[in-house]
Every structure is written in structure tokens, then in C-alpha cells.
Write a protein that binds this ligand. Structure first.
Ligand SMILES: Nc1ncnc2c1ncn2[C@@H]1O[C@H](COP(=O)(O)OP(=O)(O)OP(=O)(O)O)[C@@H](O)[C@H]1O
Length: 567
């Protein structure tokens, strides 16, 4: 099954390149035929020109060889160009597929792996391109044509042909053993590099905290250990590759001595001419050189093979459903939770949510409260369809959330995460990047609703203001309100807000409470909050504790019960 999938991906990537690969094959065939002209030339010079003082033959041979050398150069240049072109096309196809896949993989899988893992996949595509356009690919392309050399040796120097039966399999065995060793050392090196890169990317993402808390020396110790591991695995990989390469060189030298020794005996026995021995030696090295190089290049090929395997594995991950099967009408926005349970990862992890049952909306302002870690944010992500419950169902109106496509959920839900981040670009970019057909009117409508439009217009660059990486050029409060406006641009029917009053002062918090109350007249607004101002504006409150509903009902009743329960 796995094999089939891999072949399938291979075929789908290489099939459009068949005409190009055909040209590469033809060029390689001619290059390899031309390569055998030199040994034949040498044979002729020794056995005819020198033996018979045939200067005119020599003249003809030299002119012919000059033509061969020029043609060989032109063909090699053309083949390199074609290989580069094929590798670029493979890179472009694979990288595009990987990028699209990344945007479609369910959040649970994305969260399961560190960011360094996802970043390294794009380096994997680079690895594949480099291997396919480099010397390793040329060697592989040349390899099958060694058969021509073997046939020529049998024709020119029959008494030496038996030696090839020993030497060539020895080289193939060496290349095979070297490939096994390259595979394991590439895996070790990659895992060490990934651990180091994970630390570096976390450190860069949190550079303010690193600076403010003086974490330099703490992180420095961890970095040194990981960097040392990376260097160590790199050195070990190189040492293993060198060992096999040196072995291959020794084998090459031994082959020359063996062939010359037995060749000399054959000449003495008059079974071979001097020219044939020299030509045979040239032919053997012509066959063995690529095999020798291949032993060295195997680490690049092995790395590319493993990269392809990893990319393929990720391309096989499941996807969020993308396209709607029916053109459904806009829902009312009623959210029903039926015995919803959810746990992160393995079985031994205690479920974060246990049999949560509730009905929220349609319309109204609903709050979810509870201690830290009680599962509030997880429940909000489940309602947005970012996670799928392991037991129970979540319904939007009458429909199970599972059946809705990502496009439908994007249209119907506005979701504000707890840790809101903007992306590099302008204010306008950030407000319009989630909409299929952005218009200035819809953007301005959203910012006016939040009361942000005038504030943005008063800025020097207005909607063209650059927000910086993660929105760091803006104040926390402005970032939060822009993120809120972003949830409104699609005019969603359900608003899911995780701690919407984060970073807001009391004045902005009161304005937000009024705004949410107004919005909740025509849509369902569900918020996770600890803000008393927002809770007092809510219609209903659900209290979560250790993943279960401890209390729920009208906000007034729940608040008075909670106040009464306080010591
Ligand atoms: N992506 C994740 N992978 C693994 N465990 C997670 C993940 N997200 C949350 N958890 C765990 O699930 C539990 C509930 O987390 P959640 O963020 O839903 O709680 P919360 O009530 O929103 O907490 P807070 O009020 O602190 O934001 C916690 O124990 C948390 O460690």
C-alpha cells in the first residue's frame, strides 16, 4: 500500500516530465557512446599508427577525436541544462503540493509536531532538487551504460573479461553497504539538526522574553549541547562516507594492478596486444569511476530518498474537507453539544473534555468560564471545527459539524484565538487575507463596527500601515481590536471569542461588552472570559471544571450562585 502510494506520487510528478526525461536519456546514451571513442582511439594508435608508422591514419584519427570531444562538450552542457530544468519543475510541483497540504492538514496534526519539523520539510524539497540536478543524478543516469563498456572489453580484450566479473560486483556491494550506512547516519544528523533548529526558532520567536528575562546563558547551555550533537553527527556521517570512498579508491587501484598484471601475462602468451591492454585499462576505469563516485555520492542520494519519503508521508496526511457538497443556506447559528469528549494524543492522557452537553443560541451572548486548564479554549476550538470530538457530536443548527467544509466554516464562524497574532503586512492585508473576495467596503464595515475606522484613518499611512512581524509595531490593545475586526469581515453567524478583552483597558472593555451585546442580537456570540464586565453583559454562562459542566444557565442566576459560593 505504502509502496503503491510512493510509486503513485513518483508517477504523478515524473509523468509530465517524460518528454524532458526522454531528451536526457538520449543525450546520456550518445555521451556514453562517445566516451568509448577514446579507448578505441588509443588502441588504434598503439596497434596501427605506432606499429605501422601510419601518420595519415593518425591525422584522420586526431581530427575525428577533436570532433568527438567538441560534440561531447556540447551534449554535456545540454544535458546539465535539461537536468536543472527537470529538477526545478519537480521542486516547484512538490513544494506547491506541500504548501497546499500544510494549509489543509487538521490542526491537531499540525500541533502534534514542532515547527522545526514543518520547516524542515521545505528543506527536504531543496534536498530532492539538489540531488536530481547534481552530480549524483548524472552518475545514476550514466550507470546503465556501463554495459556498453563491458561489451567493448569482452570484444577487445577477451582474456581480461573474467576480472570484471569479480571487480564490478565488489564495487556494487561496496555501494550497497555504503548506502545502508548513509541512510542511518542521515537520520541521526537530521534528528540532531532538527532539535537544534527547534531551539533556535523558539528563541527567535520569543526574543523579547529571552532579552527581558536574561535567558541567554540558560539557552546557551542547551544550544551548545544540541549544536555539539549536530556537529558530532555531521562528522560521523562524513567519516563513514570517507571510509567507504577510500575503500572504493583502494579497490580501484587494486583493479588496475590486477588487470595490468594479468594483461602482461596475456601479452606474453600472445593472447592480447599492448594497445588492447591499455584500451581495456581505460575502459575499466571508465566503468569503475562512476561506481567509485557513486559510493561517495550515496549520502546525497540517500538523503534525497529519505526527504522524498518524508514529504510523501506528509502528503498522505488526512485533510480538512475543503469543498462544500451542497450549496447550503446561511444557518441560524444554534450550537448544540451532545456528550462531547476530547483528549489530546495518547490513551493515557486524561480527557480534557468529558461528555459536555449544552445548547447555545441561536443568537445571544454566551460566556464560558472556569479555572485555568479546565478545557475552555479546547471547547471553543471544537465548536469552530478545528478539532473533532472523539465521542459525542457538535451540531450547527441541525447539522453535524463534521459534514461542513472548511470554506463553509470560514464563512459561518468568526474565531478569535486566545493568543492572537497578526501577520506581516499592512492593516488592510490583515483584515482582508481571510476573505475570498475582499472589498474596501466590507473591511471598513468591520472596522467601523469595532469603532476602529477613524483611529486607523488618523494614522499617517492609514490602512497601509505596516503591522510588523506578528503585529509587533502596534500596541497590544490595537492588535486585539484589529483581530476582533478580522473576525467580523466575513459577517459570520457564530462568533467564537477566546478572552476577547485581553490587552484592553476598562474603557475599551466596556465598549466591547456593548458591542458584543449588539452583535449577539443577530448572531450567536460565545466567549471564553474572566472579565466581570463581559460576564455581566452575557445572557448565559457555562461553568467548566476539569472538562465537565459544573453549572450553567442564565447569566444572572449563575453569577449570583458563583458569588454566593465564594467564601
Ligand atoms: N495542543 C495541545 N496539546 C496538548 N495538550 C493541550 C493542547 N492544548 C491544550 N492542552 C491541554 O488541555 C487542557 C485544557 O487546556 P485549555 O487551553 O483548553 O484550557 P483553558 O480552560 O482554556 O485554560 P486557560 O484558562 O488557562 O486558557 C490543559 O491541560 C492543556 O495542557
Amino acid at each position: 500500500m505504502e509502496q503503491d502510494g510512493e510509486k503513485g506520487l513518483f508517477r504523478s510528478i515524473f509523468a509530465p516530465l517524460f518528454p524532458l526525461l526522454g531528451e536526457i536519456f538520449a543525450a546520456t546514451l550518445v555521451i556514453n557512446i562517445l566516451a568509448f571513442a577514446i579507448p578505441v582511439f588509443v588502441l588504434q594508435v598503439y596497434d596501427r599508427v605506432i606499429a605501422q608508422a601510419g601518420l595519415s591514419t593518425l591525422q584522420g584519427l586526431v581530427i575525428g577525436m577533436a570532433g568527438v570531444i567538441i560534440f561531447d562538450f556540447v551534449l554535456r552542457q545540454a544535458r546539465s541544462g535539461l537536468l536543472q530544468h527537470a529538477a526545478m519543475r519537480i521542486d516547484a510541483t512538490l513544494a506547491k503540493r506541500l504548501f497546499e497540504k500544510f494549509t489543509r492538514i487538521p490542526l491537531r496534526i499540525l500541533e502534534h509536531r514542532p515547527s522545526a519539523f514543518w520547516q524542515s520539510l521545505f528543506h527536504d524539497v531543496d534536498n530532492i532538487r539538489t540531488a536530481l540536478s547534481g552530480i549524483a543524478a548524472i552518475l545514476l543516469a550514466d550507470l546503465p551504460f556501463s554495459v556498453i563498456g563491458i561489451v567493448l572489453i569482452v570484444a577487445l580484450a577477451k582474456p581480461l573479461a573474467w576480472a570484471l566479473l569479480i571487480i564490478v560486483p565488489l564495487f556494487i556491494l561496496l555501494a550497497f553497504v555504503s548506502s545502508l550506512s548513509a541512510r542511518s547516519s542521515t537520520t541521526e544528523e537530521r534528528s540532531a539538526t532538527m532539535r537544534r533548529d527547534a531551539l533556535v526558532s523558539e528563541m527567535i520567536a520569543n526574543r523579547t522574553t529571552v532579552k527581558a528575562l536574561g535567558l541567554g546563558s540558560y539557552l546557551g547551555t542547551i544550544w551548545e549541547e544540541r549544536q555539539a550533537r549536530t556537529i558530532d553527527s555531521s562528522i560521523q556521517k562524513a567519516a563513514r562516507a570517507d571510509r567507504y570512498h577510500n575503500l572504493a579508491k583502494t579497490l580501484l587501484l587494486s583493479s588496475t594492478v590486477t588487470l595490468t598484471g594479468f594483461g602482461a601475462i596475456a601479452i606474453i602468451n600472445q593472447e592480447l596486444t599492448v594497445g588492447a591492454l591499455i584500451a581495456a585499462n581505460m575502459l575499466v576505469s571508465r566503468i569503475l569511476q562512476p561506481l567509485n563516485q557513486l559510493v561517495l555520492q550515496w549520502k546525497a542520494l540517500s538523503a534525497a530518498r529519505q526527504s522524498f519519503h518524508r514529504v510523501k508521508k506528509v502528503l498522505d496526511y488526512p485533510e480538512d474537507s475543503q469543498n462544500a457538497t451542497l450549496d447550503l443556506p446561511r444557518p441560524q447559528g444554534k450550537i448544540i453539544l451532545e456528550g462531547v469528549s476530547y483528549s489530546f494524543g495518547d490513551q493515557e492522557n486524561a480527557p480534557v473534555l468529558k461528555g459536555v452537553t449544552a445548547s447555545l443560541g441561536a443568537s445571544g451572548l454566551h460566556a464560558i468560564v472556569g479555572p485555568n486548564g479546565s478545557g475552555k479554549s479546547t471547547l471553543l476550538k471544537l465548536m469552530r471545527g478545528l478539532y473533532t470530538p472523539q465521542a459525542g457530536r457538535i451540531l450547527l443548527d441541525e447539522g453535524d459539524m463534521i459534514q461542513f467544509s472548511e470554506a463553509e466554516k470560514l464563512n459561518w464562524f468568526g474565531y478569535l484565538p486566545q493568543d492572537t497574532r497578526l501577520l506581516s503586512g499592512t492593516i488592510k492585508d490583515n483584515l482582508s487575507m481571510g476573505i475570498t473576495v475582499p472589498s474596501d467596503e466590507t473591511i471598513a464595515k468591520a472596522t467601523k463596527t469595532i469603532g476602529l475606522h477613524d483611529e486607523i484613518m488618523a494614522m499617517k499611512n492609514g490602512y497601509s500601515t505596516q503591522v510588523g512581524e506578528h503585529g509587533e509595531n502596534l500596541s497590544g490593545g490595537l492588535r486585539q481590536r484589529l483581530a476582533l475586526a478580522r473576525t467580523l469581515v466575513n459577517d459570520p453567524v457564530v462568533l467564537l471569542l477566546d478572552e476577547p478583552s485581553n490587552n484592553l483597558d476598562s474603557h475599551a472593555e466596556m465598549a466591547l461588552a456593548r458591542l458584543l451585546k449588539k452583535l449577539s442580537k443577530s448572531r450567536t456570540v460565545i466567549m471564553v472570559t474572566h472579565s466581570m464586565t463581559l460576564l455581566e453583559a452575557a445572557d448565559s454562562i457555562m461553568v467548566l471544571e476539569r472538562g465537565q459542566i459544573r453549572a450553567g444557565g442564565k447569566a444572572r442566576d449563575v453569577l449570583s450562585r458563583l458569588r454566593g459560593a465564594r467564601p
